[in-house]
Design a binder for this molecule. Sequence first.
Ligand SMILES: [Ca+2]
Length: 592
Amino acid sequence: MLESSGDLTCSDLSRSNLSAIDTEAFGRYYPMDVLNSMNQKIVSVLTLAIALVCILGGPVKAQPNDRPNFVFVLTDDQSYGMMGCDGNEVTKTPHLDQLARDGVYFDRAYVTSAICTPSRISILLSQFERKHGVNFNSGTSVAPQAWAKSYPVMMREHGYYTGYVGKNHAPIGDGGYTSGLMEKSFDYFYAGHGHIKFYPKDLHEIFKHAEADTQVEIVGESATDFLSDQHRLEGAIRFLESRPSGKPFCLSICLNLPHDAGTSTMQMRQSDDEIYKSLYRDVEIPLPDHYVAKEDIKNPKLPPDLLKTKERQTGYDWVDNPETCIERITRQMQALTGIDRMVGDIREKLAKEGVDQNTIIVFSSDHGQFQGQHGLGGKALCYEQTTHVPMIVFDPKAPHAESGRRISDLVQSIDIAPTMLDYAGIDAPIEFQGKSLRGLIDGNAGPVHEFIFTENLWSTHFGNPRIEAVQDKRWKYIRYYKNDTFPASEKILVAKQLNIPVGKMLYNVHDDGIAVYRHYVESPLQGEEPVYEELYDIENDPAEVNNLIDQDQHSEVLERLKAAWKQKLIEARGTGVPKVIRYTADNGAKPG
Ligand SMILES: [Ca+2]
């Protein structure tokens, strides 16, 4: 199920007067003969890609044997500011705080798209969504030739022993989650496709032999298993009996917490660790700054016909009142403390295996989410709360004087893959759009980005508009496009009247959806005008309270940012047909 943890009854949603999408208009942009031609090209390219994958399975290139190992931990829906090391005074994250002290903490790290699937693919491929072209509403999966240039495949090709554990939310190959390509691409694979929830065994067969029942602990077990010289965890898909001592490794750990799909399914079972039962239950949890309860919203943060909050997935309604909000934040804090302990255990295991002095640890999140600030819930917006994330890089071989630094230069999630390849001595493929941060980490190079570009192309019946934002270290300019999406509430109403499964009505993407999504990608490049704009002084107003767009004294700043927006938009899109494969309900796709 897509990004929601509740059942989507939406019975309290009201009707909207907005009309359905004008499909004839989209036909003008993408006539069928063009689509058929695209399909033929995709088939040809797929054939080539399969041949390439076969070739890549052959002997690896000779590499020096002192290359570093990598452990990359990616959390789910964790905004900046939820840990001790990024300013949270209540949540206990001693191991992550220590990691930040041992390494460098990037204070200004941003994702590219603030929703799971496109953000995670952006990280894997080092590409903006506008280039890779895959989201929940895109009707596409990542083509094998695009996947062949992902950081894990590149590393394996260059002699790394690779592992992937936890949650996969990236449809890869022909058939997406069922293609089997993801499983085959790693030496060690122990993950569930889509949400794995708080008790992963309830949903995913692959986890059923784990000792623990809870997500973080199961993921921790598999991380330990991967790092061991002998594998013991039954169920993991592996191509070698044990981790080869002569090869460097790269382990990607992808969690489904503190995401609501995880925290909403916490049940305080008797068998749960005490962290998930009693921690933080005896302390006063404050509401976030700028929190507004639903009943107190006087002026919505965004115009109601632009962000249709009434259509929001019910899984995010916990923000609406203080009690449910505090309960959810408490669970998020518990989950983070669990993740923190897992990171501590992994560092201990690295030391025990004698590889801690040659293992680079990266920690970040796929994006943030709102906890009721400005009365908002959910994600897929370009505000700081959704795009600004924690990022720690610990290189044990970095000069000691550079340890414990906080770096305020702008960096982005697409920089992680080029950074790891740089440390591994592997040339970044030309498809990468991010930059290596190694110079910043070592302290011998200047900033890599003057501007950060973020976007939202997940504009669906759940009410979010299409958005682009560009920012420098002080200012942020956001532009919104007309939101003429058909409302979820009306779909739900009709589904119930006619006894059609609501889930299918809401989560299946059909072939025509591909054209709609491609229109979203291209339309701003073809001159579509925004219907609403914002300008924020992030340095003095990080919560984005005061929209300065109409203040004449900032006109020069605005003009500069608009020019940067245009440049970054073109750069993000890149050129050519996207390397994607049709992946819709019409050819058997199951929603992630
Ligand atoms: Ca996420």
